[in-house]
Design a protein around this ligand. Structure first.
Ligand code: F6P
Length: 360
């Protein structure tokens, strides 16, 4: 009989509760106990913040946004610097957490999180902890898995916003700019742009230039299309102005990207004379109920995490691969950003429709 700890870390994300539910239910069916760790890994420090999780506690969690365990994206377990570089967690902090982990009688830990949280999980594993991971991030930029949970919900939110902006852009003959999340990779902007009929997609993978963006808007005008939809990832930057690199000496907490959408709308208006407006979707993408796809993915990841523990597959993460859910090494997933391939099918499909990446 095992006793497993569950922790959620980093930014919140739709589906965290659905993963917790799947783990607790699958573990209980094996006769195992589950312990929830509160406020990220900090809940393992003294004084500990933990509580037993029963099947009854899981009622309604499949659809509930956020995380009942709370989360932390800064503090002693912050494993990333401002530019996403890895930092070693203080060994006295790790030792204190391990003492409490052992005191709780835990036989394994499931870490649910993105690059930062799973980097800590890897460091714990390297110090002998029995850890497994579940990949979370709305940005979908984690390596070794085809998809992270939360991404599908974030894309759906962005597509809904584009649909709404489409009708108001058309009514006013305006350029509407939608800024979405995506600090290092443009998956949300690229996929939502395709599904929501954007005319211009600006992502970190393609430094853009305003001449190309305005050429697209003017070309539409010539065709009699008097409105334009632009979707821009928060980490996109005009060629020659690397906004992320500009934050090189700052910590993660100090980075507040925002602002690129507003800059794009202002430049378009001043260069084309067309009325332009910007909407920043922000944390709306991270809240609320997960889509049916994410509910399935979360459930599959959660159940698989329990199976990995049963097989002693520690230091590994549940991943979505071409054939289903499979274990991959945490070391192969973290510390590398999976960006949108510049010559990949997604980009080529968009280009074939005449969508501009502002790089022409
Ligand atoms: O999950 C990553 C992310 O969504 C980024 O795209 C964004 O920059 C960041 O989280 C914002 O997080 P917070 O405001 O919680 O620090």
């Amino acid at each position: 009989k095992k006793k497993i700890g569950i922790v959620t870390g980093g930014g919140d994300c739709p589906g965290l509760n659905a993963v917790i539910r799947a783990i607790v239910k699958a573990a209980a069916l094996q006769g195992w106990e589950s312990i929830g760790i509160h406020g990220g890994y900090d809940g393992l420090l003294t004084p500990m913040k933990t509580r037993p999780l029963s099947i009854k506690d899981m009622d309604g969690l499949l659809v509930r946004g956020g995380t009942i365990l709370g989360t932390a994206s800064s503090g002693p377990f912050s494993a990333k610097t401002g530019q996403g570089k890895t930092r070693q967690i203080d060994s006295s902090i790790l030792a204190q957490a391990k003492t409490n982990f052992d005191r709780l009688g835990l036989s394994a830990l499931v870490a649910i999180g993105g690059d930062g949280t799973l980097t800590v999980a890897l460091q714990m594993h390297e110090h002998g902890w029995p850890v497994v991971g579940v990949p979370k991030t709305i940005d979908n930029d984690l390596d070794a898995t085809l998809m992270t949970f939360g991404f599908d919900t974030a894309v759906s939110c962005a597509v809904d916003a584009l649909d709404r902006l489409h009708s108001t852009a058309q009514s006013h003959d305006r350029v509407m700019v939608l800024e979405v999340m995506g600090r290092y990779a443009g998956w949300i902007a690229a996929q939502a742009g395709l599904a929501g009929g954007a005319d211009v997609i600006l992502i970190p993978e393609f430094p853009f230039n305003y001449d190309a963006v305005c050429r697209k808007i003017n070309a539409r005008e010539t065709e009699g299309k008097l409105f334009t939809l632009v979707i821009v990832a928060e980490g996109a930057s005009p060629a020659g102005q690397d906004l992320i690199a500009g934050f090189a000496n700052h910590t993660d907490r100090e980075i507040r990207l925002g602002g690129i959408g507003e800059q794009v709308a202002e430049e378009i208006q001043s260069r084309t004379g067309k009325e332009s407006r910007c909407v920043v979707l922000g944390h709306l993408q991270r809240g609320g109920t997960p889509t049916q796809f994410d509910r399935q993915l979360c459930t599959r990841f959660g159940v698989y995490a329990v199976q990995m523990i049963a097989r002693n597959q520690f230091g590994m993460m549940a991943a979505l691969t071409g054939t289903g859910i499979a274990p991959v090494f945490l070391a192969d997933a973290v510390d590398r950003i999976r960006t949108v391939p510049r010559e990949g099918e997604l980009v080529m499909t968009a280009r074939a429709l005449g969508i501009s990446f502002g790089d022409g």
